[in-house]
Design a protein around this ligand. Structure first.
Ligand code: PHE
Length: 463
C-alpha cells in the first residue's frame, strides 16, 4: 500500500470538516421536531446524556480506527481482523446508498434558497407549492444535478484544497446564521385570529422545560430510542465517514479534544436549531404546527417566514443558506468516503475516481429526483410509514444498516480487537484519554445492548 498523501492541515481543519459532515438536515429538520414531540427539556437532557456516553463512544471508535489504520472502512476493518472485512464492505455500502438521494435533498434546499434570494417567497408559502415542485419531472432533477456537480467538484479538489477549504468558512458562517435567526425568533410575538397571543420566549420556555407530566416507562423508552437514533445519524457515525476523515488526521493531533469539539459543534447547532425553529413555529401556529422532515423545512417554515412579513424574506434567505451549507458539507463527506474506499480498493487516483463516481451519481440522483414523478410508487415500510423511492433508500441505510453496523462494530472492538486498539490510538499523541473507563464499559456492555434494541425497534421487529 502506498503512503497516504492526503491530510487535513491540523486539528481545526479536521474538526470543521468533521463538524461539516455531522451538521446536516438531521440537526435542522429532525432534532427540533423530536424535542418538541418528546417533552422539550426532557428530550434535551436525555440527548445530552447520550452524547457524552454513547455518541462519544461511537465517534471515538470511528475516528481512532481511521487514524490508526490510515484506511477507509473496507481497508480499516480488514486490517483490524481479516474475517471482519464483510463489516467494512457493509459500512462502505451506507454512503453508497445515501449518496443516491442526498444531492436530491440538497437540490431542494438550493431551490428554496434561490426562491428567497429572488424575492419569490410568497409563492413558496402557498399550500401544495412543495408538492408541486418535487413532482415536477424537470426542476428537481436540474437542482439535484447542480448540487451533485458542486459536491463532486469540491471532492475532486482533494482533502485540504477541497473539503477543508470549504468547511473552514462554511461552518463558522452557518453557526452565526443559525444563532442570528434563533435570537430573532425569541423576539417574535403574534396574535392569531382567535385572539390568542403568543411570544417567542414562551416558545423557548416550552422547548427548554422538561415535560414529565404523565410520563410512563414505555414513553420514556420511546424518547430514549428517538434520541439514540437521532444521535448516531447526526454524528455521521457507523457509515465509515468518520473512519475516512480520521484517516486524514496527522499523528500529533489530540483526538480527545477533537472529539469533544465535534460533539460540541454538532450538539450546539442542534440546540440552536431548536431555539430558532420551535419558538417561531409556536408563535404563528402553536406547537401542533411542528412536523418532521421535509414538511417542516419546506412547508411549515415558509408559512412561518411569510407570517413574519418583510423580515421573513430575509430570515428565510438566511435559513436556507444555512441549510445549504449544512447539506453541502454533509454531501461532500458522503462522496469523499465512497471515493476514498474506491481509491484504496481499486488503487486508482482521486481525479479519475471522482469523475467516474460523478457520472454514476449524477444518473442516480436524477432517478431518485424523479421518484416523485416519473418513477412514483408507494411502499409500506416495516416501521409503519409509507414512502417513495427516497424514503426506501433512507430506510435501508439509516434504520436497518446503521444500527446493525454499530452493533457489529461494538462487538468487534469490545471483544475481538479489544478496546486497547482504540485506546492506544487515543493516547498515541501523548495526551491522556480521560474518558477511558466510560469508553470501555460503553463499548463492551452498554452500546451493544442499546444498538440491538435500536435495531429491533427501527426495523419494526419490536413494535
Ligand atoms: N449527520 C448528518 C445530519 O445530521 C446526516 C448525514 C447523513 C451526513 C449521511 C452525512 C451522511 O443531518
Amino acid at each position: 500500500m502506498e503512503k497516504k498523501a492526503s491530510h487535513f492541515s491540523g486539528q481545526l481543519g479536521f474538526v470543521l470538516a468533521a463538524a461539516g459532515s455531522a451538521v446536516g438536515v438531521g440537526n435542522l429538520w429532525r432534532f427540533p421536531y423530536l424535542a418538541a414531540k418528546d417533552g422539550g427539556g426532557l428530550f434535551l437532557i436525555v440527548y445530552l446524556a447520550l452524547v457524552l456516553t454513547f455518541g462519544f463512544t461511537l465517534l471515538v471508535s470511528d475516528i481512532a480506527i481511521g487514524r490508526r489504520t490510515k484506511q477507509s472502512a473496507v481497508g480499516a476493518y480488514t486490517q483490524m481482523h481479516p474475517r471482519w472485512k464483510f463489516l467494512g464492505v457493509l459500512t462502505f455500502l451506507v454512503p453508497v446508498l445515501i449518496m443516491t438521494y442526498y444531492a436530491v435533498i440538497g437540490g431542494w434546499v438550493t431551490k428554496y434558497a434561490i426562491i428567497y434570494l429572488t424575492g419569490a417567497s410568497e409563492a413558496a408559502a402557498a399550500d401544495n407549492y412543495f408538492t408541486g415542485f418535487i413532482t415536477s419531472p424537470v426542476s428537481p432533477v436540474i437542482y439535484a444535478l447542480i448540487f451533485m456537480g458542486v459536491t463532486a467538484l469540491i471532492v475532486y479538489n482533494g482533502v485540504q484544497d477541497g473539503i477543508e477549504a470549504v468547511s473552514k468558512w462554511m461552518m463558522p458562517v452557518l453557526l452565526v446564521l443559525v444563532a442570528v435567526i434563533a435570537v430573532y425568533s425569541l423576539t417574535l410575538q403574534h396574535t392569531d385570529e382567535s385572539g390568542q397571543f403568543r411570544t417567542g420566549l414562551e416558545g423557548l420556555q416550552y422547548y427548554l422545560t422538561p415535560h414529565v407530566e404523565g410520563l410512563t416507562v414505555s414513553r420514556f423508552l420511546q424518547i430514549l430510542l428517538d434520541a439514540m437514533s437521532q444521535l448516531f445519524f447526526s454524528l455521521s457515525v457507523s457509515m465509515g465517514i468518520m473512519i475516512t476523515y480520521g484517516s486524514y488526521v496527522k499523528p500529533d493531533v489530540n483526538l480527545n479534544r477533537s472529539v469533544s469539539q465535534i460533539e460540541l459543534f454538532d450538539t450546539g447547532v442542534a440546540l440552536l436549531a431548536g431555539a430558532m425553529i420551535i419558538p417561531a413555529v409556536y408563535v404563528f401556529s402553536g406547537v401542533e404546527g411542528m412536523s418532521a422532515g421535509p414538511s417542516l423545512m419546506f412547508v411549515s417554515l415558509p408559512k412561518v417566514f411569510a407570517a413574519m412579513g418583510k423580515a421573513g424574506v430575509f430570515i428565510g434567505l438566511l435559513f436556507f443558506v444555512a441549510a445549504m451549507f449544512a447539506t453541502l458539507t454533509s454531501c461532500i463527506s458522503v462522496l469523499e468516503s465512497i471515493t476514498a474506499n474506491c481509491m484504496e480498493v481499486l488503487h486508482t487516483d482521486r481525479k479519475k475516481t471522482v469523475v467516474t463516481l460523478s457520472v454514476i451519481y449524477l444518473a442516480a440522483s436524477a432517478v431518485i429526483a424523479l421518484g416523485y414523478s416519473l418513477f412514483y410508487f408507494e411502499v409500506s415500510l416495516p416501521n409503519g410509514s409509507t414512502g417513495q423511492l427516497l424514503d426506501v433508500m433512507d430506510y435501508i441505510s439509516n434504520s436497518v444498516m446503521m444500527p446493525f453496523i454499530s452493533l457489529l462494530s461494538t462487538i468487534l472492538i469490545g471483544w475481538v480487537t479489544t478496546p486497547a486498539f482504540v485506546i492506544e490510538e487515543m493516547e498515541s499523541s501523548g495526551h491522556p484519554f480521560r474518558r477511558k473507563k466510560i469508553y470501555v464499559v460503553m463499548i463492551r456492555y452498554i452500546a451493544p445492548v442499546m444498538m440491538f434494541i435500536l435495531f429491533l425497534q427501527s426495523t419494526g421487529i419490536l413494535s
